[in-house]
Ligand binder design. Structure first.
Ligand code: HEC
Length: 125
C-alpha cells in the first residue's frame, strides 16, 4: 500500500514538472530558462517569426529532431524524446518568446522522423 502511494506521488510530481522540467533538462543548459541563451550558446529570440510559416515550423521540428551545426556551435538532436515531448517543448518555446502561431501537435513531429539528417544539413529557411 505504501509503495502504491509512493508510485502515485512520483507519477504526479513528474506530471507537475511537465514541460518546464523537460525544458530545464534538455534545453536550458544551452539556451537558458527563458531561451535568452547561455554563453557561448545562442538565445532563441530570433526564431519567433518562424512559428508562423510552414517552412519555419518544419525547420523548428527538424532542429529539435536532428540538431543543428553552425557558427554558434553544435546542438545535438533530440530524436530520443517522444513526439509529444518535442511538440510540447516547441510550444513552450513559442510561449517563452510570445511568438504567434498554431500549437504544434505530435503528428507535426512524427512526419519529419526517419530522415537521418546530419546537424550541418539543417538550415534556416
Ligand atoms: C549543447 C547545447 C544545446 C542544447 C542542449 C540545445 N541546443 Fe538548441 N542550439 C544550440 C546551438 C549551438 C545552436 C545554433 C547552431 C548554429 O550555429 O546554427 C542551436 C540552435 C537552436 C535553434 C535554431 C536557432 C536559430 O536561430 O535558427 C532552436 C530552435 C533550438 N536550438 C532549440 C533547442 C531546443 C528546443 C532544445 C531542447 C530540446 C535545444 N535547442 C537544446 C545548442 C543547444
Amino acid at each position: 500500500m505504501k509503495r502504491a502511494f509512493l508510485l502515485l506521488f512520483l507519477a504526479l510530481s513528474a506530471l507537475a514538472q511537465g514541460v518546464e522540467g523537460l525544458w530545464a533538462r534538455a534545453c536550458a543548459q544551452c539556451h537558458g530558462e527563458k531561451a535568452q541563451g547561455v554563453r557561448p550558446y545562442p538565445g532563441l529570440q530570433g526564431v519567433a517569426p518562424l512559428f508562423a510559416t510552414p517552412e519555419g515550423r518544419r525547420y523548428l521540428v527538424l532542429v529539435v529532431l536532428y540538431g543543428k551545426k553552425g557558427e554558434a556551435g553544435l546542438m545535438p538532436g533530440f530524436a530520443q524524446l517522444k513526439d509529444e515531448e518535442l511538440a510540447a517543448l516547441l510550444n513552450h518555446l513559442m510561449a517563452l518568446l510570445k511568438a504567434k502561431g498554431e500549437a504544434f501537435k505530435p503528428e507535426d513531429v512524427k512526419k519529419e522522423r526517419g530522415q537521418n539528417l546530419a546537424p550541418d544539413r539543417i538550415q534556416r529557411p
